[in-house]
Design a protein around this ligand. Sequence first.
Ligand SMILES: C[S@@+](CC[C@H](N)C(=O)[O-])C[C@H]1O[C@@H](n2cnc3c(N)ncnc32)[C@H](O)[C@@H]1O
Length: 203
Amino acid sequence: MDQKGMVELIRTRGVRDPLVLEAMGRVPRHRFVPESQRAYAYDDHAMSIGCQQTISQPYIVALMTEALDLQPGNRVLEIGTGSGYQTAILADMGMDVYTIERIPELYTQAKSLLEELGYTVHCRLGDGYYGWPEFAPYDGIIVTAAPEEVPPPLLEQLADGGCLVIPTGPRHGYQTLWKIIKRGDKIAKLDLGGVAFVPFVTP
Ligand SMILES: C[S@@+](CC[C@H](N)C(=O)[O-])C[C@H]1O[C@@H](n2cnc3c(N)ncnc32)[C@H](O)[C@@H]1O
């Protein structure tokens, strides 16, 4: 499949936010996958990126990004930079992006590729469990690995009215993707369906 076909497939599966679809049509996903897999970069599936990690399936990237309900200029925290693809989508949409990765090799690769492609984002090597409190609150927080429970610091760092999109569930097998909205001291949770993410490594 080519990039246009990928975007069309995502649209037919129900993602309608033009900001998301346009970014998916612009960001060169083939640069974020291993060179040997470039021919399949726009197929709708996850792919191995080494270090036992994956670049997420394009439809799931689009679904999670749309669920964040963002406006250009919003501040977004991503936990799990991985290849940097999701980071690039958010940056392309005009967000102020903060991203954390725990594996040094992936952090270094993603940071230099994002720089090479001209995306201005804030990358940090470390444990995303604690978020990035110095720049909180965030209008949106996206977690691209699955913890068993929502890390409390991430909820604390979410702005009033902000959305946290996160898969939670068992380390192996399927998890539930949640959209969590914070309003004052109240939390609303919306089930976005079943997903299979790599484990969120907790301290
Ligand atoms: C599915 S991959 C990331 C997909 C990525 N967003 C992309 O577009 O390529 C999940 C990433 O989360 C990272 N990760 C897992 N637990 C973490 C933690 N506690 N803090 C930071 N990163 C973590 C993994 O090392 C991995 O790179």
